[in-house]
Design a binder for this molecule. Structure first.
Ligand code: BGC
Length: 374
């Protein structure tokens, strides 16, 4: 009897401890050592880790610089690291482990492979380190506290709609239109979200015959672009053109980002096709793609203002530091396989030649490009 009662009491104590340790309100931080203020989550000059993937698009380069400066301005010690282009997954795992060992209180992660961080995030949880998934969701682990990103499903929907609009405006003929589909890297959780968002718009049009995918390659495995690499998109586009479009016209391509869009344009040009009647979508508002849009080649991109995303992330870190409730605006959409991760989502903006000046009004670099071309 006594043993059972003791065991039960111990179990209650353990449960209470466990509950305290994994308080998910974001309000605690669990750092008993922070003595400045009883309410604070951790010291105001704590180290914050930022683990970014390899630089597969301009926005990752920009994010690193913005985090360096923004964390310093907010009083934190920033430890910003990129995974190198080769052996990225293992390197990122090592970087995150080192950040935990070195005492980071929060680690912001742009995952290289969002399914392979379970061990490191368990280590983080055990050490009371909060994890914010940045731009890409981290999957299959309970130990991701928040997600901050642009609304990626919406990005896909906007891309799908832009493809339809571009076909209508540029192809010079009525439906049916011949299109091909590209998606991002399979190790990036965003790739499926972008693709599913786009297919919500495009699938009904494929089903009713408005759109024809001559290759028949419509599922995500067939359309994937390993590593988000331009050369992989270009060689797949070359093969698609050779196999299906030596005599037929290709009217458009769904491309998930700008880097791949430009590779697809290169391939279409090299095949001797007319680019002025061809529509390709993109994402990221990369400098070269904004130039291409203004020159009438790439049809659309998406503006996901990296400075706003980094600013929101640093705001969340500040809330964790002060022991305040962390701002989230979505608690339903981002199920990582183990839990629905509380998210703060920002709205993406579709950009074509028509609205470029308005869309980049607050971005002097891009606005200059737009103005120079007008
Ligand atoms: C980002 C995109 C980017 C892609 C490749 C995605 O996770 O959301 O903005 O184009 O990675 O870097």
């Amino acid at each position: 009897m006594k043993r059972i009662a003791l065991a039960a009491a111990a179990a209650v104590a353990v449960t209470a401890l466990a509950l305290t340790g994994c308080s998910s309100s974001g309000g605690r931080g669990g750092d008993a050592g922070a003595s400045e203020s009883a309410a604070a989550g951790f010291a105001a000059d704590a180290t914050i880790g930022v683990a970014l993937p390899d630089k597969t698009s301009e926005n990752w380069v920009l994010a690193g610089n913005l985090f360096e400066n923004g964390l310093k301005d907010a009083g934190f010690k920033g430890d910003v690291q990129y995974a190198p282009a080769s052996n990225t997954v293992a390197e990122q795992q090592n970087q995150i482990s080192a950040m935990i060992t070195n005492g980071a209180k929060v680690i912001v992660i742009g995952a290289k492979d969002g399914k392979q961080l379970g061990t490191q995030l368990q280590q983080a949880a055990d050490a009371g380190v909060k994890i914010i998934a940045y731009d890409r969701l981290i999957e299959n682990t309970p130990n991701v506290d928040y997600y901050v990103a642009f609304d990626n499903f919406k990005v896909g929907e906007l891309q799908g709609q832009a493809l339809l609009d571009g076909l209508e405006a540029r192809s010079g003929h009525a439906a049916p239109w011949n299109i091909e589909l590209f998606s991002g890297s399979p190790d990036d959780a965003n790739s499926a979200v972008f693709f599913n968002g786009a297919m919500k718009v495009l699938q009904p049009k494929i089903d009713d015959g408005t759109l024809v995918v001559k290759s028949g390659q419509t599922d995500i495995q067939q359309t994937a672009t390993q590593g988000w690499k331009a050369e992989n998109a270009q060689s797949r586009m070359d093969s698609l053109l050779t196999a299906n479009y030596t005599s037929a016209t290709i009217d458009g391509v769904l491309s998930p980002n700008d880097t791949l869009a430009r590779a697809i344009i290169t391939s279409v040009k090299q095949a001797g096709k007319d680019i002025s009647t061809f529509t390709v979508t993109g994402q990221d508002s990369e400098v070269e793609s904004v130039k291409s849009i203004m020159a009438g080649e790439q049809y659309s991109t998406i503006n996901k203002d990296t400075s706003l995303l980094v600013e929101q992330t640093i705001k969340m870190i500040g809330q964790l530091q002060k022991g305040e409730e962390v701002d989230v605006n979505d608690t339903e959409q981002y199920d990582n396989g183990v839990k629905v991760v509380p998210a703060y989502l920002l709205p993406p903006v579709i950009v074509t030649k028509e609205n470029a000046a308005e869309a980049y009004a607050n971005n002097p670099t891009l606005l200059d490009i737009v103005k120079a071309a007008q």
